[in-house]
Design a protein around this ligand. Structure first.
Ligand SMILES: Cc1cc2nc3c(=O)[nH]c(=O)nc-3n(C[C@H](O)[C@H](O)[C@H](O)COP(=O)(O)OP(=O)(O)OC[C@H]3O[C@@H](n4cnc5c(N)ncnc54)[C@H](O)[C@@H]3O)c2cc1C
Length: 390
């Protein structure tokens, strides 16, 4: 039985490992956390609606359920030409026929970034947002700033959705506590039309929500630096803030940047349509770690990472002659599909070449996203059947 080593136990790596097992491969998965951190439902941690354990899926249990081996360790380096992966504790690993890289991305480091916290960072950082928000609530008043940045070298790595979600959730949380009038909320982004990839209708709807929620919007001004009590913009103006929640755009993972693998200027792996890393027959890349080619509005998302995991498993199986079929491409699956939570409801954002929709789902949208979190956990543990395409 051929052996596949999967690096990274996030949404993409786990899906790849499960799909590879189904194709009959011997699979070993290495990740530096012993749980899948389910990012899409981590947005409720800051407002205390969920806990870290609610959004964590133990990798040991997933591995047992799908009969792959899990090693908790950190990847230090990858040498593609030598077919070698170096792990922090285990040391060198060369005992694999195929390598699937799914270690995600890191974020751009802006000046003064230490004065901000991101919802798209580590679980510890998200817990810190909760702590800092509660401190301000105890004080009874404050100024909150929410924003996200861009990466001109990798437009698809911009991650704005979760920032909007947390901001709307915080608005609703403060409203419930009867404290909203004591807090100023400002949204900022350097691009003139943040969220534009969702289309004009979505932008208009967001503007209406901002007005309804009394959120000040400052866009189209570059960020000069973050300081302890706010954000300095390029024109010298300052957004005063007691808590700045900011998500920089994605940047290539340091292990990839330092490797001999082919990468874009931003440090994302260059892959073919089949998810195979360019020039390396036995190396594949899945999810945020890879450079995604496609329409201008393309975005790195969890569902695309899962598709890439399944495409990779299929293509390795076809290559190995384990099944008849054709080499598949991840590209026809590029779309934006996101159930954007607003705390008291939600909206289904969908973007494809033909459609740009934002469908309001009052009340039910919130519970649909909650239900997806339960579905994700149970289906990955094999306790309920998978729904087609999910
Ligand atoms: C707050 C938030 C909300 C989101 N909401 C949605 C949504 O609603 N819908 C949607 O489709 N997408 C959403 N996304 C995007 C989605 O979560 C990502 O696209 C997806 O997680 C990418 O999967 P991945 O496996 O490539 O990376 P990740 O999920 O980031 O997983 C990477 C894994 O690799 C591990 N790792 C990293 N470095 C190393 C190392 N050196 N050694 C070993 N292991 C390592 C990490 O611990 C992690 O487990 C959201 C993202 C965030 C941050």
């Amino acid at each position: 039985m051929k052996k596949v080593l999967v690096l990274g136990g996030g949404i993409g790596g786990v899906e790849a490992a499960i799909a590879l097992r189904k194709e009959g491969f011997d699979v070993e998965l290495v990740s530096d956390r012993d749980y899948v951190y389910i990012y899409p439902i981590s947005i409720w941690i800051p407002t205390g609606e969920t806990t870290l354990s609610d959004v964590s899926l133990p990798l040991g249990e997933v591995a047992m359920s799908h009969k792959f081996k899990f090693i908790k360790d950190k990847v230090i380096s990858i040498s593609a030409s030598e077919g070698k992966v170096v792990l922090e504790n285990f040391g060198e690993k060369t005992d694999f026929d195929y390598l699937v890289i799914a270690i995600g991305q890191t974020k751009l480091k802006h000046k003064g970034i230490e004065h901000t916290l991101s919802i798209c960072g580590s679980p510890e950082e998200t817990l810190e947002i909760r702590k800092r928000l509660e401190q301000l609530i105890d004080r009874g008043y404050g100024k909150l700033a929410f924003g996200f940045g861009g990466n001109p070298k990798a437009p698809e790595a911009v991650r704005g959705g979760p920032v909007f979600e947390v901001m709307f959730n915080v608005h609703n949380y403060l409203t419930k506590l009867g404290l909203r009038a004591n807090f100023d909320i400002t949204f900022f982004a350097p691009m003139p039309k943040p969220g534009a990839r969702l289309g004009e209708t979505a932008l208009k709807m967001m503007d209406t929500m901002f007005r309804k929620m009394n959120i000040e919007k400052i866009t189209g001004k570059k960020i000069k630096e973050f300081v302890e009590d706010g954000v300095i913009l390029e024109d010298g103006t300052k957004i005063k803030s007691d808590l700045t929640i900011f998500t920089p755009a994605g940047d290539g993972h340091p292990v990839i940047k330092e490797s001999d693998l082919p990468k874009t200027e931003a440090g994302f792996l260059k892959i073919e349509d089949s998810c195979q890393v360019e020039g390396f027959e036995n190396i594949y890349a899945v999810g945020d770690v890879a450079s995604i080619e496609g329409p201008d509005w393309r975005a790195k998302q969890g569902h695309l990472a899962e598709v890439m995991g399944r495409v990779t498993a299929n293509n390795i199986a076809v290559k190995e002659g384990l099944k008849e079929g054709k080499i598949e491409s991840y590209k026809p699956h590029i779309n934006i599909m996101c159930l954007m939570d607003t705390g008291d409801g939600g909206a289904l954002a969908y973007r494809s070449d033909k459609h740009a929709l934002l469908i309001p789902l009052p009340v039910v949208g919130h519970w649909m996203k909650k239900a997806w979190g339960i579905y994700y956990k149970l289906s990955k543990l094999g306790k309920i059947p998978r729904l087609p395409g999910m």
